[in-house]
Design a protein around this ligand. Structure first.
Ligand code: SF4
Ligand code: SF4
Length: 152
C-alpha cells in the first residue's frame, strides 16, 4: 500500500464544516468542539505554531471553524493534533488508478466512488460488480490495462 498524501486542498474540511461547531471556549485557543453527526463533544486546542494563522488566516463561516487558508492558498487544520475522530478516520482517496503509461487515470473516493476523466476507465468501472472485493476489482482493471494501488 502507498501512503496517503494529502494535498491540503481543503475540500474535506470545507464540507465537514457543516458538521463541526464550537460549543464553548475555555480561552482564545481552547474550545469544546461538537461533531453534529456523531454527537461527540471534545476539548480541542489550537496548536501553538498555528495560533497566528488561526487568528488571522482566511476563513469562511461555511467551513469548519478550525480551518484556515494560508497566504500560499493551502488549507490547514489548526487543531490537527486534537481533531475529532471523524477527521482522523477520513480518507478522501482510498485507491489510485494508473493507465498503461503510468499516468494517474483516476482515484476511488470512499468505498467505491470513481473520480476520473478517463472515458475508458469509467466504462470498465461500470462493468465491475458492486460486491467485488479489492482483489477482483484490481484484476478486472488489470485486464483492461489499468493498475490500481490501495492507499493506507
Ligand atoms: S484529505 Fe483529501 S480532500 Fe482533504 S485536504 Fe487532503 S487531499 Fe484535500
Ligand atoms: S477539525 Fe480539522 S480536520 Fe476536522 S474538519 Fe475541521 S479543519 Fe478539518
Amino acid at each position: 500500500m502507498a501512503p496517503f498524501a494529502c494535498t491540503r486542498c481543503g475540500k474535506c474540511c470545507i464540507s465537514l464544516g457543516r458538521h463541526i461547531r464550537i460549543e464553548g471556549s475555555l480561552s482564545t485557543v481552547q474550545y469544546y468542539c461538537r461533531v453534529a453527526v456523531s454527537g461527540e463533544l471534545l476539548p480541542v486546542s489550537v496548536q501553538p505554531e498555528l495560533r497566528e494563522l488561526f487568528a488571522s488566516g482566511d476563513q469562511d463561516p461555511a467551513w469548519c471553524p478550525f480551518l484556515r487558508k494560508d497566504a500560499a492558498g493551502l488549507f490547514t487544520c489548526t487543531i490537527y493534533q486534537t481533531r475529532p475522530r471523524i477527521c482522523r478516520e477520513f480518507r478522501c482517496r482510498t485507491m489510485i488508478i494508473y493507465d498503461q503509461s503510468g499516468r494517474e487515470a483516476g482515484y476511488v473516493k470512499g468505498r467505491r466512488t470513481l473520480v476520473s476523466g478517463d472515458a475508458g476507465l469509467e466504462d470498465v468501472w461500470q462493468k465491475i460488480p458492486s460486491g467485488a472485493d479489492d482483489t477482483s476489482l484490481k484484476g478486472i482493471l488489470r485486464n483492461h490495462g489499468y493498475r490500481a494501488e490501495s492507499l493506507d
